[in-house]
Design a protein around this ligand. Structure first.
Ligand SMILES: Nc1ncnc2c1ncn2[C@@H]1O[C@H](COP(=O)(O)OP(=O)(O)OP(=O)(O)O)[C@@H](O)[C@H]1O
Ligand SMILES: [Mg+2]
Length: 250
């Protein structure tokens, strides 16, 4: 079940930027039918891909079971990449999930989506609540962007704890050093301490994604940022392939 959650309890760490660019890599580099599902009411992923805002705010209706996902999914400008956009109706998502009393609602919907997609990528809001618990139950793999700071290290602890508390079959976590500035000693120390973790640089080209409203690979194809995102995506593909092989053997 290739459901990839990009999650942190901390805000502004690069979740949406990474999720959007990974979605593009998945569709355009790996040729995977890919869905980017935005669970954050601020609708960053839809903005990033310059989607037309929907007239009706219906993201909540999908969770409630009132409309099918197909009614809300929009295609992006990139072959193979669709979006399931968020809107303000997701503000009450947490209380809706609690009221529904279905602990696996997000997992159930994700599994339905992977019937039509090879990869489903979840862009998550920075919260520890019923939604984050449900995302952990749904995810095959959890990507945790970590700018090098003690507060980010705490955010990783939160994810580990969230998975421990809420899942019976814990998904693997892939920490990603994000917003790395090699001129800063703290950042160099973080790289040295975690040589196996992918790293995404702090660069204006990634900031530009939200200005140009396009993935970095489309306007700076040979930049260090694009190469770093592509390496991260290849690492995710390898991890998923390993997991699939292990599941087949079991
Ligand atoms: N590697 C990077 N280099 C430079 N700027 C970046 C990088 N990654 C993200 N940004 C910028 O940092 C800000 C926060 O990024 P982003 O919205 O992706 O984080 P987020 O974790 O999704 O935030 P939120 O928790 O609010 O959803 C944005 O302005 C984005 O353009
Ligand atoms: Mg975001």
């Amino acid at each position: 079940m290739p459901i990839i959650a990009v999650f942190s309890s901390k805000g502004g760490v690069g979740k949406t930027t990474i999720a959007a660019n990974l979605g593009w890599c998945s569709a355009q580099l790996s040729g995977r039918r890919t869905l980017l599902w935005d669970l954050d009411p601020t609708d960053g992923a839809g903005f990033m891909f310059a989607l037309e805002a929907q007239r009706k705010r219906q993201a909540r209706s999908l969770i409630a079971g009132d409309v099918p996902a197909q009614a809300l999914i929009q295609s992006s400008d990139y072959a193979g990449l669709d979006l399931l956009p968020a809107d303000g109706s997701l503000r009450e998502l947490d209380s809706l999930l609690l009221r529904m009393g279905q602990r696996h609602r997000i997992a159930t919907l994700s599994r339905q989506l992977v019937r039509s997609y090879d990869r489903v990528i979840l862009d998550c809001p920075p919260m520890l609540n019923e939604l984050s618990a449900q995302v952990m139950r749904a995810a095959t793999l959890v990507i945790v962007p970590l700018p090098p700071s003690p507060l980010s290290a705490r955010a990783l602890d939160h994810v580990v704890e969230e998975i421990r508390r809420h899942t019976r079959r814990p998904p693997p976590i892939l920490p990603v050093l994000s917003m790395i500035d090699r001129r800063r000693s703290l950042h160099l120390e973080a790289l040295a301490a975690n040589p196996g973790w992918p790293a995404i640089p702090l660069v204006s080209s990634l900031e530009q994604c939200a200005v140009q409203r396009r993935p970095v690979g489309t306007f700076a194809p040979r930049s260090p940022a694009t190469l770093a995102i592509m390496r991260l995506w290849q690492g995710i593909e390898s991890k998923l392939a390993q997991m699939e092989a292990a599941a087949t053997m079991a």
